[in-house]
Structure formats: structure tokens, C-alpha cells
Design a protein around this ligand. Structure first.
Ligand SMILES: Cc1cc2nc3c(=O)[nH]c(=O)nc-3n(C[C@H](O)[C@H](O)[C@H](O)COP(=O)(O)O)c2cc1C
Ligand SMILES: C=C(O[C@@H]1CC(C(=O)O)=C[C@@H](OP(=O)(O)O)[C@H]1O)C(=O)O
Length: 382
């Protein structure tokens, strides 16, 4: 079973992950993984922290001579900002200035009460979305396996605040995708991009923040990943849960789930067809998953992020002693929606790789390819 654990604090020394169950002989391109980390750091609306960090993986184990060995893969990303926080993060001496005022919208208060912590810093150091850097590294490593099977996972920004990119985009089209990648907000339409940037500037000047929506599509996913037999093996459960776990995400949609809920059944049921010997659907309202199993159509997901909760605009809160206070501000992003798309791509890559290895199990890439080829041969209709 493919699994991982990650650890690390936002202003601690580093973030680490140990991935276990990854097959041997998978070629790993470290530059490609670092490229994903770079993409996650970009995007209009990020705060000053992103000017400090230069995320790159340091491989500690499990990869040798450019290939996985089958042993646990351990990777680390250094927090460059740690240099500025050494005293605060000292592991042996208590830092005298404890954080007592919880920020609404964060884990701050719930975490402090739950863990009986009198310094809220201990909560938000771990609850922070800094953790998404190491999750992207894990996803990017998973993607190295999926590449062998031609899987492609792309994303784009659909909206920031109330500005939407209404253009119909082919996310599998390299030219279209290059346009998205070159956009500061990762949307396709240049007019929408301009409006999104103006809105982010406006929010920033008001001491406000923004959320939005991203779309993620996974292509060349074989029919048969996940299962209906138990709730926790369903692909929709796994993918939606993984995306909902990303800091700030408050809603996830598979396919056209929201639109379909307003329609007559026969209008939004995807008819089954046969195309080049492969079962397909003539539409994709279901977003590539039926009955908890991938159906061979692209997996289509939307993730919705709330506005960044830390605002310069003060709102009311209550401190750990029960006194009414105004919320605190140190520094913060104004908008992280462009980063969210990149994070989702990689989070989905891990979930797909995990389900892929359940279906096509094997300890080496060669065994997995044999299993995959046999299965594809079995389900083809000539
Ligand atoms: C890439 C990224 C960057 C974020 N940056 C900030 C930030 O600078 N300030 C902030 O208050 N929240 C930020 N957030 C959001 C918080 O981490 C998130 O709202 C908080 O953890 C609570 O969300 P939850 O209830 O979904 O866990 C960011 C989220 C992501 C995904
Ligand atoms: C560090 C990252 O995001 C951070 C997520 C975050 C939060 O509260 O979630 C708060 C900010 O960190 P800081 O408190 O150091 O300014 C963001 O910069 C990152 O994405 O790598």
C-alpha cells in the first residue's frame, strides 16, 4: 500500500516526508519535482514569505542512480525562514512572548483547547499551509510513476473573489496550458486575469483577502481505480477528502455535481459509447467517477477556497484568558488561489497513484506495467 507521513513546522528547520510502498525502478527527475515546488510558490497575491523561501527537495533515501529502490523514500525541504525564527522555535528554551490571541478562521483556538496549549504558536506552526510544500513534493514523486502510463494532471483558476474566467479551456491542450502557466493568476482569459489582479490589489489596499475556485483535470486514467465495495475505497471519497484537507478549502465538486442537482436525470446522465475499442461516455457530467470507480473519462474536480483568514482589517476574537480582543496580524498572503491549483494537482496525483498501485500491484515498475497491459488488453472490445 502506498502511504506517507509528513512532519515539520512552518518556521521550523524543515519539512519532511517518508513515502512507503513506492515501487522500484521508477525513474525520478528531481528537477521536475522542484519545478512543481516552484509553481506552488508563484502566483499573484502571495505575501513576503514567498520571497524568502526557495523550495527544493533534498533526497535522504529511497532513490539511487536516478531510480527508486523500493525502500522508503525520504525527502526534506528546508525552511530558509528558520534562520529568522531560531530563537522563537528553540526546542529547549521556552520563548517568553506567548501567543494568546487566536485568529478566527484558523486552527488556533480549537488546537489550543484540544491540546491544552498555552502558546498558540504551537498550533499554527503545524496547521499552517506551509505543509502543502511537502505534500506537493510527495505528489510530484507520485506523478513520476503516473507519467509512465501517460497520466496528465492539470489545473487552472476559475475564479478569484467574484471575478470569473468564463472561457472554455482544453486543459489537455499544451498550447492552452502554456497560456495558463504563464498567467500570474493561472487563468486562461487575459481580461479575467487583469480583473483578478486588480481585485487582489484592491483587497490588499483595503487590508482584505480573497478566496476562489480552481478546476483540476486528470487525463488518461484507466477505468477501474477505486471501488464501490467499501466507502473508504471509493475514488470520490478519497479525492474529495484529500482536497478538502488542503488548508482553506471549504467545498469540492466532482464533475458537474452542482449543476446536475438542478436537472432532470436523463439530461445529465453520461451515455455509454464505444470508441476505438474502448468504453467511453459521450459527456462527462460524472467527472470520470461512477460508483466510486474511475470510468476512463477525465477526472474533473473543482475546489473552492475561502478567503485567507488573516486580514489587516481587525475583527473580534477572545483570548485564552477569556478577554475580548481584536484579531492579530503578523504578515499574510492576500490570495493563494493560484497556488491552490498546483497543490490540488499534486494531491490528486498521490491519490491516483495510490489507487493505481492497488489495481496494478507490483514491487517494480516492470511488474506493474505487465499487470496494466494485461488489464487494458482484457477490457478492450474489438
Ligand atoms: C497556499 C496557501 C497559502 C496560505 N496562506 C495563508 C496566509 O498567508 N495567511 C493565512 O491566514 N492563511 C493562509 N492560508 C489559509 C490557512 O492556512 C487556512 O485558512 C487555515 O489553515 C484554516 O483552514 P482550514 O479550516 O481549511 O484548515 C493559506 C492556504 C494555502 C493553501
Ligand atoms: C509558508 C507558506 O505559506 C504560509 C501559509 C500561512 C498559513 O497560515 O497557512 C501563512 C503564511 O506564512 P507566514 O506566517 O510565515 O507568513 C504563508 O506564507 C507556503 O505556502 O510555503
Amino acid at each position: 500500500m502506498l502511504r506517507y507521513l509528513d512532519a515539520g513546522e512552518s518556521h521550523g528547520k524543515a519539512l519532511v516526508a517518508i513515502i512507503e510502498g513506492f515501487p522500484s525502478n521508477v525513474a525520478i527527475n528531481v528537477e521536475r519535482i522542484n519545478r512543481q515546488l516552484y509553481r506552488r510558490q508563484r502566483g499573484y497575491g502571495r505575501g513576503n514569505r514567498m520571497k524568502i523561501e526557495k523550495d527544493k527537495i533534498d533526497v535522504i533515501s529511497g532513490i539511487r542512480g536516478g531510480k527508486t529502490t523500493g525502500s522508503p523514500i525520504c525527502v526534506m525541504i528546508q525552511n530558509i525562514d528558520y534562520d529568522n525564527w531560531k530563537e522563537v522555535m528553540d526546542i529547549s528554551k521556552e520563548y517568553p512572548e506567548k501567543v494568546k490571541i487566536p485568529r478566527p478562521g484558523h486552527a488556533d483556538l480549537n488546537g489550543a483547547l484540544k491540546y491544552n496549549i498555552d502558546d498558540i504558536r504551537n498550533v499554527y506552526e503545524r496547521a499552517s499551509a506551509r505543509e502543502t510544500a511537502i505534500r506537493v513534493a510527495v505528489g510530484a514523486i507520485s506523478m513520476e510513476l503516473l507519467r509512465e502510463f501517460n497520466v496528465k494532471i492539470n489545473s487552472r483558476t476559475i475564479s478569484i473573489g467574484d471575478v470569473r474566467d468564463e472561457s472554455s479551456v482544453q486543459l489537455e491542450n499544451d498550447e492552452h496550458y502554456a497560456a495558463i502557466e504563464s498567467s500570474l493568476v493561472r487563468c486562461f482569459d487575459k481580461i479575467a486575469e487583469k480583473k483578478m489582479i486588480e481585485l487582489i490589489n484592491k483587497a490588499s489596499s483595503l487590508g482584505e483577502t480573497l478566496g476562489g475556485c480552481v478546476e483540476i483535470k486528470a487525463f488518461n486514467i484507466p477505468c477501474g481505480l477505486g471501488s464501490y465495495v467499501s466507502y473508504d475505497r471509493r475514488m470520490d471519497f478519497r479525492i474529495m477528502g484529500a482536497i478538502a484537507s488542503i488548508q482553506g478549502v471549504k467545498a469540492v465538486e466532482i464533475g458537474d455535481g452542482i449543476f446536475a442537482s438542478t436537472q432532470f436525470g436523463s439530461h445529465v446522465n453520461d451515455e455509454i459509447i464505444i470508441n476505438n475499442g474502448m468504453y467511453k461516455r459521450n459527456s462527462n457530467y460524472a467527472g470520470g467517477i461512477e460508483g466510486g470507480i474511475t470510468n476512463g473519462m477525465p477526472i474533473n474536480i473543482r475546489a473552492f477556497m475561502k478567503p485567507i483568514p488573516t486580514t489587516k482589517v481587525e475583527i473580534n476574537t477572545v483570548d485564552l484568558m477569556g478577554n475580548i480582543k481584536k484579531s492579530r496580524y503578523e504578515r499574510s498572503d492576500v490570495c493563494a488561489v493560484p497556488a491552490l491549483g498546483v497543490i490540488c494537482e499534486n494531491v490528486v496525483a498521490f491519490e491516483v497513484a495510490k489507487a493505481f498501485l492497488e489495481k496494478f500491484s507490483g514491487d517494480s515498475i516492470e511488474d506493474i506495467k505487465n499487470s496494466y497491459d494485461y488489464y487494458v488488453g482484457r477490457i478492450i472490445r474489438r
